[in-house]
Design a protein around this ligand. Structure first.
Ligand code: GLU
Length: 320
């Protein structure tokens, strides 16, 4: 067994007993998660996989989908046109906040908060809702490398309880930030949040971004490489809810988390890493996930501004 695999297994063993935090409970589907689920998955840009624990249990992707929908928005509209509609400023407000949406704000602050994500998804091109959904699913399939499915009961729950997201959409309509098709945009947003993935899928999606948009398992170009830099930039500044600043400080790589307990992170030119563990802290981030990423970043010098470790620390260690 490689040293790296041993390190992952040791981390798993160390943090499995950590039972702090709570499951997301705003819809019944998320409360059905087992608090003991805990998986770590790493996929390198040259296609090696290292993993331990709950790596093939499916769960809904939730907010992590925002990263990939943003990539599609960039492809559909280009950087400048999209920037005109959705900003790239971190807010420090909760992900579902309404407070910055007012007459003066020309656009939602960034695509990782709900307002920006709903606006981004509303811009996905297609003749009708079916074509827009099919394009979105085809995009996820390119990153994941196999067929993808939506969890219908999560989608129905998101849709029937999503009053706050509906309020955000109506406010944006009022301020001219969205066109009129609000219900269709919200449906597509709830559908993308309800996409089923497992921990390995998330690591492969992150590895695809680490590999300039080319899926290391299938060789398929999942996203135009010109936009990977933009995607990683908003992940770096806005991806971890109200912990984004501290994450950038402590872990130092672009990442995104979601309320179902996934965190994916990109080590540029090296690997994609995902942790799945549904017990969350008050910011909505997986508690075991935070610990694992801090330890990995420390050990392998992932922090983008850690200049002491040389450039390709993980790949060098793996291929020694
Ligand atoms: N579907 C959730 C919402 O829009 C996403 C929550 C999350 O993962 O942050 O409220």
């Amino acid at each position: 067994m490689s040293q790296f695999q041993r390190f992952l297994e040791a981390l798993h063993e160390k943090y499995q007993p950590l039972a702090e935090g709570t499951l997301a409970s705003y819809i019944p589907e998320l409360t059905k998660a087992d608090p003991g689920w805990f998986g770590i998955s790493v996929v390198t840009v040259d296609g090696q996989t290292y993993q331990v624990g709950t790596v093939d249990q499916t769960f809904t992707i939730q907010s992590i989908s925002k990263v990939f929908a943003y990539g599609m928005g960039l492809e559909d509209h280009g950087r400048e046109a999209l920037l005109h509609k959705v900003g790239v400023e971190p807010t420090g407000d909760p992900f579902n906040s309404l407070i910055r949406l007012d007459e003066d704000s020309k656009r939602p602050d960034n695509p990782m908060i709900n307002a920006g994500a709903i606006a981004t998804t509303s811009l996905i091109k297609g003749a009708d809702p079916t074509e827009r959904l099919n394009r979105l699913m085809a995009m996820f399939r390119r990153y994941i490398g196999h067929d993808v499915f939506i969890d219908i009961s999560t989608f129905m729950s998101e849709r029937s309880t999503g009053h706050r997201n509906r309020a955000i959409a109506h406010l944006m309509l009022n301020f001219g930030m969205l066109n009129g098709a609000i219900e269709a945009a919200l449906d597509l947003y709830f559908q993308q949040c309800s996409l089923l993935v497992d921990c390995h899928d998330l690591a492969l999606m992150a590895a695809t971004l680490a590999n300039r948009g080319i899926n290391p398992a299938t060789g398929e170009q999942a996203v135009n490489p010109d936009y990977v830099r933009d995607i990683l930039s908003v992940m770096y500044t806005c991806g971890m809810y109200n912990f984004a600043g501290e994450w950038a400080y402590r872990v130092g790589i672009p990442a995104k988390s979601g309320v179902s307990g996934g965190i994916l992170a990109v080590v540029p030119n090296q690997a994609g890493i995902a942790v799945f563990s549904p017990l969350l802290d008050k910011n909505g981030n997986s508690i075991r996930g935070l610990r694992v990423f801090e330890a990995l970043s420390q050990k392998y010098g992932f922090h983008l501004f850690d200049l002491s470790m040389g450039k390709c620390s993980l790949l060098t260690a793996l291929n020694e």
